[in-house]
Design a protein around this ligand. Structure first.
Ligand code: C2E
Ligand code: MG
Ligand code: MG
Ligand code: MG
Length: 278
């Protein structure tokens, strides 16, 4: 946001803001190179069953190894990638890494759980989604993939999105609504959309113990999900107390630092190996 001057009616463009713009322009240039050379790594975070002990699935979360700046998290570069029109290429890279990961697990006879991939709104069109599904089908791994979408994307082009979601699910890939409870939150609207799962946003989960409102909202989300036949994941589970309360509420799956942060593929392999042999 523009810095406010004493006279509240106009904003001042400061030298710091010019630097910031310059930096973003440079970062966007770097991002084109990163896509070309694949400077990305995909981390995986386990999603646990409500018992907190058994692994249910994993979420793929991208990281960028910038040659000068080091590791960059997606909250920094995904918005830039969206502006630069690079999201479809980035999703192909994420799917590619994930296919490799699943094939490695298979070769080592480790269990293959479902991996969910985060998609952005603009890439949710038939042509691009068909491309992603084609890559996955070529490896015979559709039953091991899920796509995550923000609720705001659903609302934008409802009719087109519904037909696309239908075709994705018919081909065996499941659909989750990410960060639920932050945006439109129109629970009843949800029944129009063919989805499998909703993920309660971590901002709701965070205060669930101290804030009665957040507790009530979470209860309502679980109840609504039940009646629509959807499963529920709680994100941002950081403590034992959270984990316990959420499973008491009837949440199906738990994800958060309490169980594991997102970790590189080799560490995820070790995690899978350990839970297999626990
Ligand atoms: P998200 O999909 O909601 O992912 C969950 C985020 O919460 C991840 O941040 C994860 O590291 C973090 N998290 C998990 N457990 C906890 C916890 O217990 N406490 C706290 N405080 N945080 C937790 P990350 O990896 O930085 O990703 C941020 C967002 O970037 C993601 O939010 C997603 O919207 C986007 N993103 C990540 N990877 C991709 C991708 O491959 N493609 C696209 N389009 N977006 C991506
Ligand atoms: Mg997600
Ligand atoms: Mg989320
Ligand atoms: Mg998020």
């Amino acid at each position: 946001a523009a810095k406010e001057s004493k006279d509240k009616n106009f904003a001042v463009f400061t030298p710091q803001m010019a630097d910031k713009v310059q930096e973003q322009v440079q970062l966007e240039r770097d991002l084109h190179r990163a896509v070309r050379d694949d400077e990305f790594e995909v981390f995986y975070q386990p999603v646990m069953e409500a018992d907190g002990r058994t692994i249910h699935s994993m979420e793929a979360l991208i990281r960028w190894h910038h040659p000068k700046k080091g590791l960059i998290v997606p909250t920094v570069f995904i918005p830039l990638a969206e502006e630069a029109g690079l999201i479809p290429q980035i999703s192909c890279i994420v799917v590619e890494h994930t296919l490799q990961f699943l094939n490695d697990l298979k070769a080592k006879s480790l269990p293959l759980h479902r991996v969910s991939i985060n998609l952005s709104g603009r890439e949710f069109n038939h042509k691009h989604i068909n491309e992603l599904m084609g890559m996955i089908e070529d490896q015979g791994l559709t039953s091991h993939f899920e796509f995550e979408l923000l609720e705001s994307y659903l609302m934008e082009n409802a009719e087109e999105v519904i037909s696309l979601l239908d075709s994705v699910r018919k081909r065996g890939i499941s659909i989750a609504i990410d960060d639920f409870g932050t945006g439109y939150s129109s629970l009843s609207y949800l029944k129009k959309f063919p989805v499998d799962k909703i993920k309660i946003d971590q901002s709701l989960v965070k205060d669930i113990i101290s804030d009665l409102n957040d507790l009530e909202i979470s209860k309502a989300v679980v109840a609504m999900a039940r009646s629509l036949g959807l499963s529920v994941v709680a994100e941002g589970v950081e403590t034992e107390a959270h984990s316990q309360l959420l499973s008491e509420l009837g949440v199906d799956y738990l994800q958060g630092y309490f169980f594991s942060k997102p970790i590189p593929a080799p560490e995820m392999e070790a995690f899978l190996y350990k839970s297999e042999n626990a």
